[in-house]
Design a protein around this ligand. Sequence first.
Ligand SMILES: Cc1cc2nc3c(=O)[nH]c(=O)nc-3n(C[C@H](O)[C@H](O)[C@H](O)COP(=O)(O)O)c2cc1C
Length: 378
Amino acid sequence: MGKKIDNGQEEQPIPLLTPYKMGPFQLSHRVVLAPLTRQRSYGNVPQPHAALYYSQRTTEGGFLITEATGVSDTAQGYPDTPGIWTKEQVEAWKPIVDAVHAKGGIIFCQLWHVGRVSNYGAQPHGQAPISSTDKEITPHLPTSTTGYDIKFSPPRRLRKEEIPDIVNNFRLAALNAIEAGFDGVEIHGAHGYLIEQFLKDKANDRTDEYGGSIENRCRFALEIVEALSNAIGPHRVGIRLSPFTDFMDCADSNPKALGLYMAEALNKYGILYLHMVEPRIRVNENSKRHDDSLLPMRKAFKGTFLAAGGYLREDGNEAIAENRADLIVYGRWFLSNPDLPKRFELNAPLTKYDRATFYISDPVIGYTDYPFLETTTA
Ligand SMILES: Cc1cc2nc3c(=O)[nH]c(=O)nc-3n(C[C@H](O)[C@H](O)[C@H](O)COP(=O)(O)O)c2cc1C
């Protein structure tokens, strides 16, 4: 029901700003903060400035997903990304989670292992990064496409008997996240990192039961889903997938079948949500353009469906109104507009994001200094 406005007509509610019940969580609107790596967690330890950053983006009943957070000492690839495998890291997350909860927000921690998107320098004892494969990422990739200044070292293919240890790293990290006060976790199964290195056939060249068929390539991801569901409850577990992207040399010959297989397989575990990245996202000029849609996966998955990638106010509203997603996830525009839900409510102008400061280590600039509406319209 809409509010009455002056001329006596019903004002239509703004779809993005309608409430939604996601499992046990009562959300007051559908504008979600995307996981956004900011590289300001010095020495892999979350810092006090992150409490301000996340609380700025918190609304009562709003849903936030943290930046990708390493599950173990082999999970890192970029400098100053946070982890959640040590006691110190868990303690450091607590005030950040508390700051979000103090404003009535709901926050999940995105759990991450980069796999081969790493180098000797980022690994314990200078060892090789681990992966599904020993194939290297195309060397020219980092600076030309992402702006990330990292070098990739040749990975080491995980032996089959090592895989349960990695699943266990995710499980322990999820337990740590709950210990830190998070409401749940999102498994980072997207964008070319370790889980995708198993999921996609361009990267996964294994011949054991973790490679080959779709079922085999999805086994590692689903083992993590199962382990986390058992450890912290399926209502606290979400997963992010990007079958259509080709980030970090991870592409699949049949992304639609892969996405659909995962959407259907996830139903068995009854997890809270499936978060998918739109096919329209292109990471560089040579990436394939996909005219596919997420609709088959949206229809197949029985839990909450989150869609991300290139959304603004109008198409976000349309996606909700047409029931193509339950929640819309905003990255760059939420980064530069801490009060994004308010701006959508008022249809106010947005502050443009500054790419140059996405990944710098300054604790304020390009991080907590984006203006709120009151200060821009005064
Ligand atoms: C600065 C930056 C950091 C990002 N870090 C992550 C991350 O840690 N985990 C992740 O899954 N996606 C990450 N992404 C992708 C975003 O979550 C999002 O899917 C992407 O920006 C597209 O959405 P948008 O068009 O609303 O920005 C990042 C994107 C940007 C711009």
